[in-house]
Design a protein around this ligand. Structure first.
Ligand SMILES: Cc1ncc(COP(=O)(O)O)c(C=O)c1O
Length: 363
């Protein structure tokens, strides 16, 4: 007999974030098949909601790919990249590097604009990197989850468009949590995940292709992530793969909650609780890695204070307080904790709970 977890853990790491009772209940709704009319109506509803949550331009395609955030990344890359294309990827941390590698796997010649971990990219550096290159695509991560940094959107997109390059943005740790407006910022294609700012379980990856990107799609080398085939399922109702009903129901419930709250109000909630957490850290003499202007509201990269045992603190938070936070990745391993306040997890009570628990385990 399998033994399921029987106690709650407060998920305040880099994702997944906690799900609300309504989203949790949607997971247990009666089963439907992936071509059932009721299922398809919910898929239509989720697609329309995703277009609004991405603030996609008219004529865009927005939907959810079966898989985690990385599958969204692969869908966007696989449908826009051909062998020999030149791609500029801004690498401000671990996930920028993953995006660069994804483009390389699809045959692109990738130039990396490397930025010190913990800093946001300066748009002037993008302009400089593009000064005499011919780039087909510029890719970057909006909120770099490995460093807690938010990178600019509109400023980079304007530079890329001056050079006729498409803009591909990773919105995995920003969608539903930080201001993201594809139409206003000029983002041509973007991808995200279900398990962070939107507050659903992991397993579906929102994607958005603006008409500008749809006009430049290529023959997709992946069967699973082929936008033509996916559209013939999402819109044409033709079998392509067996999409998970519980995951779709949960994502749709999370999108309903997001829209009922209002996107702007939701962003403000994330900002409020991030600022409260940052103020609580400052009162303890602790600090966040990024400069104030570059701090994401969804993911807080906390510098491990002198004398604290990074791994032991995380272990005790989990064992004694049932709170999960994340460790640093790559060069930041051992140096930061990553505290996510996202989706249903972005509450005043959770800010107090994690600060109080940190006090106890670092005493
Ligand atoms: C910015 C960013 N991009 C991509 C990913 C990959 O998403 P997933 O782990 O859902 O595949 C993550 C995961 O945390 C992320 O934070």
């Amino acid at each position: 007999m399998s033994v399921l977890p029987s106690t709650e853990v407060l998920l305040l790491g880099p994702g997944p974030s906690p799900v609300s009772p309504r989203v949790g209940a949607a997971l247990g709704a009666p089963a439907r098949s992936h071509l059932d009319p009721e299922f398809m109506a919910i898929l239509d509803d989720a697609r329309a909601r995703l277009a609004r949550v991405f603030r996609a331009p008219a004529g865009a395609i927005a939907s959810a790919v079966s898989g985690t955030g990385t599958s969204g990344m692969e869908t966007v890359v696989a449908n826009l990249t051909e062998t020999g294309m030149c791609v500029l990827v801004v690498v401000t941390g671990y996930f920028g590097e993953r995006l660069a590698q994804m483009f390389e796997r699809y045959g692109a010649a990738v130039e990396r604009l490397r930025v010190q971990w913990g800093r946001a990219v300066d748009p002037a550096a993008v302009a400089y990197a593009m000064r005499d290159g011919q780039f087909d695509i510029v890719g970057w991560v909006h909120v770099e989850t490995s460093t807690g940094v938010v990178n600019p959107l509109a400023e980079i997109a304007a530079i890329a468009h001056e050079h006729n390059a498409l803009c591909v943005v990773d919105a995995v740790t920003s969608l539903g949590a930080m201001p993201f407006d594809a139409a206003a910022s000029g983002i041509d294609a973007a991808y995200s995940c279900s398990q962070k700012g939107l507050g659903a379980p992991s397993g579906l990856a929102p994607v958005m292709f603006a008409p500008s990107a749809l006009a430049r799609r290529v023959r997709c080398r992946s069967f699973y992530f082929d936008l033509d085939l996916l559209e013939s399922y999402w819109i044409g109702r033709k079998y392509h793969h067996t999409m998970s009903a519980p995951l779709l129901f949960a994502l749709d419930a999370a999108l309903c909650e997001t829209e009922e709250e209002g996107l702007d109000a939701r962003w403000q909630r994330h900002e409020r609780h991030h600022l409260k957490f940052a103020a609580g850290l400052a009162a303890r003499g602790w600090s966040l890695l990024p400069e104030p202007a570059a701090r994401a509201w969804s993911l807080n990269a906390v510098r491990v204070p002198e004398g604290a045992d990074e791994a032991a603190v995380r272990r005790r938070l989990l064992a004694e307080h049932r709170i999960e936070i994340g460790a640093g990745l790559g060069p930041l391993a051992g140096q930061i904790w990553r505290v996510g306040l996202m989706g249903a997890g972005s509450t005043e009570a959770n800010v107090t709970a994690v600060l109080t628990a940190l006090d106890e385990v670092t005493r």
